[in-house]
Design a protein around this ligand. Structure first.
Ligand SMILES: Cc1cc2nc3c(=O)[nH]c(=O)nc-3n(C[C@H](O)[C@H](O)[C@H](O)COP(=O)(O)OP(=O)(O)OC[C@H]3O[C@@H](n4cnc5c(N)ncnc54)[C@H](O)[C@@H]3O)c2cc1C
Length: 245
């Protein structure tokens, strides 16, 4: 089975997020980047599926050269080869079209994405890929198995589970539960240095959206301590200051 795993290079969750150029550009200075955690789950699932020895895993990212460290980590975890589409990921439509073009030219049996990126949180790429490639696409997969060219996906729905079967090729957006995230071992880290990392030119695609401005939540005010016996003041403040009742 040929598996393609889409990897988004995202700020570490502990990063302090700031913006420059009148709040129109995310300031990457001093920010540590990691593999999007949901993509790590997708990759870990791919490694489990490839344990049959008859499968190959390619990871792909759309991004500039700074994303290569993230791709090397994916190679260390277990991917066989990596592809970087050399372009700024302008929006989900742009990203999905770049990945679709590569996937079309290299025909994969299974394309895995994360359920969403933890930076822009669009949750759009998997659906767009399915549409662009004319393939079934399942989002927020909580469990995934493949047997005889048939995939079985469990999704969590309000009050229960939904079980879906689909023939390969398939696009699936994976969530927590699909696989235990794998940690690269020393052998993986060493072998990642020599695994192929191909850089390809982007295709011409106009993004459909443009970010006008970013805004951060207002800074938190000081904590106000109220005497535990002074319920009237608490209610008054919740009503007039916090405006939650
Ligand atoms: C430097 C930079 C500049 C950006 N500028 C803009 C901008 O001007 N306007 C704008 O709208 N967005 C911008 N983005 C956001 C970027 O385009 C997002 O990566 C893209 O919109 C997809 O994010 P999403 O939240 O919609 O992805 P989701 O749909 O939430 O992602 C789902 C899955 O798709 C895959 N995926 C997502 N992104 C990538 C990727 N880049 N490569 C490979 N797989 C991926 C991953 O598997 C991910 O788990 C920028 C990002 C960066 C890093």
């Amino acid at each position: 089975m040929k598996i393609l795993v889409c990897i988004s290079h995202v700020p570490d969750t502990t990063s302090k997020i700031t913006f420059t150029n009148d709040n129109t550009t995310f300031n990457t200075a001093g920010v540590q980047f990691i593999i999007n955690p949901y993509d790590e789950i997708a990759l870990s699932k791919a490694v489990d599926l490839a344990a049959d020895g008859a499968s190959s895993i390619t990871v792909i990212t759309v991004g500039d050269a700074s994303t290569e460290a993230t791709l090397r980590k994916a190679l260390a975890i277990g991917a066989d080869s990596a592809v970087r589409v050399d372009a700024q990921p302008l929006d989900a439509w742009f990203v999905a079209n770049q990945i679709a073009a590569y996937a079309r030219a290299n025909s994969f049996d299974l394309i895995l994405t994360g359920r969403e990126s933890i930076d822009y949180n669009g949750g759009q790429v998997a659906g767009m890929l399915g549409e662009l490639l004319g393939l079934p696409s399942v989002s927020i997969a909580k469990s995934l198995s493949v047997e005889n060219g048939q995939a079985r996906v469990e999704r969590e729905i309000e009050g229960g589970k939904e079980i879906i079967t689909a023939s390969l090729p398939l696009v699936a957006g994976t969530a927590e539960g699909v696989a235990e995230p794998k940690i690269a071992n020393m052998r993986g880290i060493m072998s990642a240095r020599t695994k192929p990392l191909e850089v390809i030119a982007p295709i011409a695609v106009e993004p459909l959206t443009k970010i006008e401005v970013y805004d951060t939540p207002p800074a938190r005010g000081n904590v106000k301590l109220i005497d535990e016996n002074n319920i009237d003041e608490l209610v008054h403040l919740l009503h007039t200051e916090a405006k939650v009742i």
